[in-house]
Design a protein around this ligand. Sequence first.
Ligand code: NAD
Ligand code: UFG
Length: 336
Amino acid sequence: MILLTGGAGYIGLHSAVALIEAGHEVVLFDNFSNSKPEGVRRLVKIVGREVACVEGDVRSASDMAAVFARYSIDAVIHFAGLKAVGESVEQPLRYYDNNVAGTLVLLAAMQQAGVRRIVFSSSATVYGAPDFSPIPESAALRPANTYGRTKLMVEEILRDLHASAPDWSVALLRYFNPVGAHSSGQIGEDPSGIPNNLMPFVAQVAVGRRAELNVFGGDYPTPDGTGVRDYIHVMDLADGHRAAVDRVLGDPRDVLTVNLGTGVGYSVLDLVRAFERACCRPIPYRIALRRPGDVPASWGDPSLAGQQLQWTARRSLDDMCRDSWNWQKQNPDGFA
Ligand code: NAD
Ligand code: UFG
């Protein structure tokens, strides 16, 4: 059985679909601080069977001990964490507590239970402003904000843990920009409040919840002046987790660090145009000031994941926009 901490969240639910469809048993563990039980009900609808789900907090040693006592866990995917960059700078203690201290509690519980296989949700944010793209895993690691530092700290904790106890099998997955939704439109990204990220903002403009998109910066040194990112379909990302779980279950007893991206960068305006094609309506936008902390361009080199996990992203930007729109139009207010 695979334990998914933060399993009721955006990437957790989509990964649960991929894992269950590949024949794995999963148990979701979540404190619902950034997700809703309705998401889990939708997952059950998609897979057509009950899915174990425990409400609890990774920072609670007793909650963690209880889940390892109740289920026979073979491996953990650790999604649980807070992810808003701006908020992390304003509330560093909350971020270090949730993302770093919470991971320590989880790892202690794993050690106690004799579970030594973990897949961790890291982020391309550990690279900070890259010297060049595509970014290989060997690039310099210099996160530019608190959130990014929490991710790098957990990577280092897991490397130190493996150095001290080489029977651990660890996969550190550095995601680029996850977008899109399951093709059913039953689950998708459901940000609370004003979306920080581009795709959910565009989707809310398309559905009429917001008047126009602010494009943060039109004077970057990129082909059309807007920021360039490596958008990856969340179901491709989910399949990457399935591949990473299969690898750690094989007990490689190493630490694998891989980028999960497509290797292709698209600009903000590329994404807006693709979304317009998907929803068949114009997306009003205006060019606004650059957002502080944004890098001009960042996309990943996913070739190591190809070699080590036999995984590659297959879905296009048009697929990502089509599925985001399908989710948004069926659920204009998300899971509410
Ligand atoms: P999400 O917020 O939708 O999911 C995270 C889940 O963790 C939520 O359901 C939340 O309720 C839960 N959670 C938070 N703190 C918890 C705690 N202390 N105990 C138990 N549950 C807790 O976010 P997501 O987009 O699904 O991201 C999943 C992971 O991937 C996160 O670690 C995030 O940092 C990382 N990541 C996300 C992105 C992205 O752009 N979405 C990019 C790179 C990395
Ligand atoms: N953008 C806009 N308008 C918006 C929102 C975003 O123009 O309303 C632009 C940004 O300036 C950037 C691009 O769209 O050029 C993508 O921005 P996102 O906020 O969607 O994504 P980021 O690349 O800034 O950051 C995301 C996650 C981070 C993660 C990082 C790398 O938010 O948590 O990807 O994985 F670390």
